[in-house]
Ligand binder design. Structure first.
Ligand code: NDP
Ligand code: MG
Length: 328
């Protein structure tokens, strides 16, 4: 993959330009504050009656309603929840987006699945930082940045990539490194990661492990410590130094046991299911299902959240985590 650093990006691309950051949540707040500190002329676009309005004002940024923020903006960042973006786009962005402006995203969902179809006379780009918003801001204030991805979907001005790289520089990301990819690749890999491994796969692994111990007659508190609490320790090691560091740090018993047993836990069948999950992401099946769920008022999602809260693992966890809180 092509990798870019500071020397490949120029903040001068924003001289005399106005940047509208729509949304002031996890990404919107971190990005708007970093861009402002990098000397970019930022206006935050949010609804007047929402929580973000006052917050952005308190943070010392210019704030406007969506339509006003978009009018006259040269770059418009869609940093709203993915499921909200299509409606906000239709109502406030499309009618006010000027010819030759750049429409920017932090995730490819809306563009890849054509939930937003931008006009032919604007640039369409992505700059996706590979971290949660609050971490981006902390790393930036420490004088560095988190790695990011950039993509160009539509380039009418000939500057699309320069703008994407400029935004990455404004966030400090070019200090770390910026990879170039496509909207489709970013969307599909991101969704697959969260479904099969990070959020879906991991919780199911922990849940099944917990059930196995409890059904085997062991106390839930012990089960919680062994399958959930220590996950962080192991994941931190893998994140820092790969499997190699983790295997090196754990006991030889853990290493031998893990290496000889893991393929009985996640099997060839699991991998076939992962491939099917990926296919449903690529062919739009997942997108259609999720859009329908949203249109139905998230009834199933709310029911699953309720069921999840009642898991014995979660009940036990709430008790145990309280023990880690200092009382004075
Ligand atoms: P958030 O959920 O944090 O966005 C919250 C913002 O959206 C608030 O300003 C809120 O305003 C506004 N908002 C929410 N609902 C509505 C609504 N119905 N009408 C108007 N405004 C609304 O979003 P994220 O920052 O998590 O995600 C933004 C984009 O960044 C997404 O594309 C996501 O995929 C991507 N991304 C997110 C990452 C993350 O760390 N979370 C990481 C990388 C990419 P108010 O206060 O008025 O409610
Ligand atoms: Mg992701």
């Amino acid at each position: 993959m092509q990798l870019y650093h500071d020397k490949d990006a120029d903040l001068g691309i924003f001289d005399g330009k106005k940047v509208a950051v729509l949304g002031y949540g996890a990404q919107g707040r971190a990005q708007a504050l970093c861009f402002h500190d990098s000397g970019i002329d930022v206006t935050v676009g949010v609804r007047r009656n929402g929580k973000s309005w006052e917050k952005a004002k308190e943070d010392g940024l210019k704030v406007a309603e969506f339509a006003d923020a978009v009018k006259g903006a040269d770059v418009v960042l869609m940093l709203l929840p993915d499921e909200i973006q299509p409606d906000i786009y239709k109502e406030y962005v499309e009618p006010n987006l000027k010819k030759g402006a750049a429409l920017e995203f932090a995730h490819g969902f809306a563009i890849t699945y054509k939930l937003i179809v931008p006009p032919k006379d604007v640039d369409v780009i992505m700059m996706a930082p590979k971290a949660p918003g609050d971490m981006e801001r902390i790393v930036f204030t420490e004088g560095f940045g988190v790695p990011a991805l950039i993509c160009v979907y539509q380039d009418v001005t000939g500057n699309a990539k320069k703008i994407a790289l400029g935004l990455a520089k404004g966030l400090g990301s070019t200090r770390a490194g910026v990879f170039e990819t496509t909207f489709d690749n970013e969307t599909y890999t991101d969704l697959f990661g969260e479904q099969a491994v990070l959020c879906g796969g991991q919780t199911e692994l922990i849940k099944r492990g917990f059930e196995t111990l409890v059904e085997g007659g062991y106390p839930p508190e012990m089960a919680y410590f062994e399958v959930l609490h220590e996950t962080k320790l192991i994941v931190d090691l893998i994140n820092k130094g790969g499997f190699e560091l983790m295997w090196h740090v754990v006991s030889n018993t853990a290493e031998y046991g893990g290496l000889t047993r893991r393929e009985r836990v996640i099997t060839e069948e699991s991998k076939r299911n992962m491939k099917q999950i990926l296919k449903e992401i690529e062919d739009g099946t997942f997108k259609t299902q999720w859009r329908q769920e949203w249109a139905d008022g998230l009834v199933n999602l709310k029911a699953m959240e309720e069921k999840e809260k009642q898991l014995q693992l979660e009940v036990t966890g709430r008790e145990i985590r309280r023990l880690f809180e200092r009382k004075n």
